[in-house]
Design a protein around this ligand. Structure first.
Ligand SMILES: [Cu+2]
Length: 269
């Protein structure tokens, strides 16, 4: 069957709940198409029906029929049902506290926007995010993680690269370091503004492995167009291997002390 979503270039869905979002979008698009055709026909009808040659003198009483009022009311009613009955509940499932998965079974990530990049913070094997403070912010510590906090010792921070486990619920807390950005995962049918001073959680379950684009959906400055990151949905084995690689890179184990150098030979007398 012809799909308006496809004709408009909607990206393929890669999340569990995405089908419901796509279905609602398709219904809205068909509704808009019907309205567009209906109003256009009515427009041409009025041009013809009330042309000056047919009505040389203006009629100050206007249309007496109630049909247009009923039509307008029906449109408002349908829009209210779509928004309150379908749109808001779909959104609520992604952001309401009691709908969130358990910490233990979810991949948890902090996504922090800045002009013009996305930083990702993973809690590491201990599952606890290290403390953060602006006093620790530097080019090598873009999220201001407290280097002395024990929970921070295994934390992983990446720039413009986010990895997820296919089939596992993912909870992302979104914030910003400077201006308002918007964290948009179009393949996951998720989008949330990143607001300085707020940490806003959302969750979804990726169901299709692959590499997807993350974009900023809020015009945030001159480099907005370049504020893109990559999202890799992979198996648990691949995810764990990537975590280990990042951990080795970001927390290199102390190298074993070199063997004591042999005493230099006594100079010959
Ligand atoms: Cu941005």
């Amino acid at each position: 069957m012809f799909s308006i979503n496809k004709a408009l270039g909607l990206l393929p869905n890669a999340s569990e709940h995405g089908r419901a979002v796509d279905h609602l979008l398709e219904v809205c698009h068909w509704f808009m198409a019907v309205l567009f055709v209906g109003w256009t026909c009515y427009f041409f009808y009025t041009i013809f029906r009330f042309h000056k040659s047919r009505h040389p003198r203006a009629d100050y009483h206007g249309v007496q029929s109630k049909a247009s009022a009923h039509l307008e009311f029906s449109v408002v009613l349908i829009e209210a049902v779509l928004l309150l009955g379908f749109g808001l509940p779909l959104w609520g499932k992604r952001v309401t506290g009691d709908q969130f998965p358990d910490n233990a079974e979810a991949v948890r990530i902090h996504a922090v926007g800045e002009q013009f990049a996305w930083n990702f913070h993973y809690p590491g094997p201990d599952g606890v995010f290290g403390k953060q403070n602006t006093e620790f912010l530097s080019s090598s510590n873009p999220l201001g993680i407290d280097p002395k906090d024990p929970a921070a010792q295994d934390d992983i921070v990446t720039k413009n690269e986010m990895h997820l486990i296919n089939g596992k619920p993912t909870v992302i807390d979104i914030s910003s370091k400077d201006v308002i950005h918007s964290f948009s995962l179009q393949h996951m049918r998720m989008c949330q503004d990143a607001i300085p001073g707020s940490r806003i959680p959302m969750w979804f379950r990726p169901i299709r492995a692959g590499e997807y684009e993350i974009v900023c959906a809020q015009l945030c400055g001159a480099g907005h167009f370049a504020m893109r990151a990559v999202m890799k949905v992979e198996t648990k084995v691949e995810f764990d291997a990537w975590m280990k690689e990042q951990s080795d890179l970001q927390h290199p184990k102390a190298a074993p002390a070199p063997a004591a150098a042999a005493a230099p030979p006594e100079p010959a007398k």
